[in-house]
Design a binder for this molecule. Sequence first.
Ligand code: A3P
Length: 324
Amino acid sequence: LASAPPLSLAEKYFQLRPDELSPLWGNPCDDPRHQRIWSKAKWCDTLPRVLVIGPQKTGSTALYTFLAMHPTLVPNQPSPITYEELQFFNNNNYLKGLDWYLNFFPPNQSNASQITFEKSATYFDGDLVPRRAHALLPNAKIIAILISPSKRAYSWYQHIRSHGDPIANNYTFHTIITANDSAAKQLRDLRNRCLNPGKYSHYLERWLSEYNSHQLHIIDGSLLRSEPAAIMNTLQKFLKITPHVDYNKLLKYDAKKGFFCQAMGNEKTKCLGKSKGRVYPPMEDRSAKFLKRYYTPHNTALSKLLVRLGRPVPQWLKDELSNG
Ligand code: A3P
C-alpha cells in the first residue's frame, strides 16, 4: 500500500476519475449518512422548493414580485453581487459551494409552513443548470415563462443596449440578428446570446430530461402581462399553496406605467422600476419577418411539445405559426 502527500494524491485521484473534477452538489438532508456529518451550525431544510427559471425578458421580475407577495412564499435574501438573482446553478457561483447558496436562505427568514423560492432568469438556457438543479433540488417545482421569441430577442437587445453594451450600441438589432458565421466573433456571440434562449423547445426538453413534466409549469408571458391575477390563480393551484390569495385584490392596472402593479391602497400602486416595461421604437418589419422565419422550426417544435404535455398552446405561438 503506497500513499502520497495530499496534493499529489488528489492529482492522482482526478487522473483516475476525471468525471469528478467538476462538483455536483446534492442535498445533505436527503442522505442520512451526509446529514450525520453535516455541521450542527448549518442547515439544509430551507433550500428552495420552487425555481423560476426565466428566460430573461419574459416578465420574470414581475412574476418574482407577485410570488413574493404571497404569505407562504419566501424569496432568497438579495445578493449584493447579482441583485435579486443568485445565478447559482449557471455560473461560477456554483463553485463557491453549497454554503454560499444556503446563506441566501437563512433558517430565521422562513417558518416551517413557508416555502422558499428563487428566480434567476438565466437558468432557462444554462447548459449545466437542469442537471445541477436536479442534483440539489430533485423535488422542486420549476416555472418557465414564454413570450414570442422575437419579442423576447428585441427586448433583450434593448436591455443590454441600455446597460451600455458597446456592441449593441454600435450595431442595429437587424445587423446583430442577421450576422452570419463569417461576421466578427463579438457580433456572432451577441447574436447567439440574443437569439438562442428563444429556442424554447430545445431548452425545455433539457429540463424535461431531468425533471418530471408534472414538476414543470409553463406560463404564457403575454397573459402574465395582461391578466396576471388569472395566471397567479392557476399558479397557486400548481404549487398547492394555501391560503388561496385573490390577486385581483393585490394587483392594480397602472395606466401610466401600462402594466399591472402592486396595489398599495388609496388608489396608489407600486410598479417595477424603469428597466421593466421600457419604451423603445417598434421592431423594424424586416427584422420581424426575419425572426418569424428563423424561429419557425423552433416554434413548431414547441407547439408539438406543448400538445404532447397536454398544455395550452399560447395565442402568440398560434400567431407566429400562422401564415399571415
Ligand atoms: P420590456 O421592458 O421589454 O417591456 P424580465 O423581468 O424577465 O427582464 O422581463 C422584463 C419584461 O417584463 C418587460 O420587458 C415587460 O414587458 C414585462 N412585464 C410583464 N409584466 C410586467 C409588469 N407587471 N411590470 C413591468 N414589466 C412587465
